[in-house]
Unconditional design. Structure first.
Length: 202
């Protein structure tokens, strides 16, 4: 693990950190990852895609449907729905999880299509200028929830530590020119942070 930590610290771009972390998580059995940084969360409304920055190894179509179509609001693994805890395993079973709304039915169909069944969500909490950030580790398609829980009991602390390290390194690096431009709200938040305002005030 020491070599991996050294590589993360030495990585000079966000893409390099993300590739290293995704590869390491794949060795644990989490071969599909979604990392979200949210610049504006409010108890009055769900987070908007315009206020998020996303890194993912999931197929582009899945991410587009999940985030840009607003299905993340209904997902049991959404970091923004688990702000009161720091980490947790989850299972998605469409047969035992009744879909009540149209959006929930869309999410159930999407997860069945891409065989999203079980995994882990790690919430990083406030990471200025982000109001919250988290990562979803989706287990391999052949892994059961029981296997995920057993793995988590044995390796959870290591996985959590490595995920926090990758997140902190990503937050310390500049966004490259190919990254999505910041929204108006994100620019406002960055300016307020630069002016010395706290997250609570913002």
């Amino acid at each position: 693990m020491f070599d991996h930590v050294t590589e993360i610290i030495a990585a000079e771009t966000i893409d390099a950190v993300w590739e290293l972390h995704a590869s390491r998580m794949g060795e644990f059995g989490f071969d599909r990852l979604i990392c979200g940084l949210c610049f504006d969360t409010s108890a009055e409304r769900p987070p908007s895609p315009a206020d998020m920055s996303i890194l993912s190894t999931m197929p582009k179509r899945y991410v587009e449907r999940l985030i840009h179509d607003g299905l993340h609001v209904y997902a049991p693994f959404s970091p923004w729905d688990t702000l009161r805890r720091s980490v947790g395993t989850w299972v998605w079973d469409a047969d035992s999880t009744p879909a009540r709304s149209h959006k929930e039915r869309e999410l159930a169909a999407l997860n069945r299509q891409f065989e999203v069944r079980a995994g882990v969500t790690i919430v990083f909490g406030e990471s200025p200028p982000c109001e919250t950030a988290g990562i979803v580790l989706v287990a391999r398609q052949d892994m059961s929830f029981a296997e995920v829980e057993a793995l988590w009991a044995e390796q959870g602390q290591t996985i959590t530590t490595l995920s926090h390290l990758a997140h902190l390194r990503i937050m310390s690096l500049p966004r490259d020119a190919t990254s999505r431009a910041l929204t108006k709200r994100q620019r406002e938040v960055l300016k307020l942070v630069g002016d010395g305002y706290t997250t609570q005030v913002i």
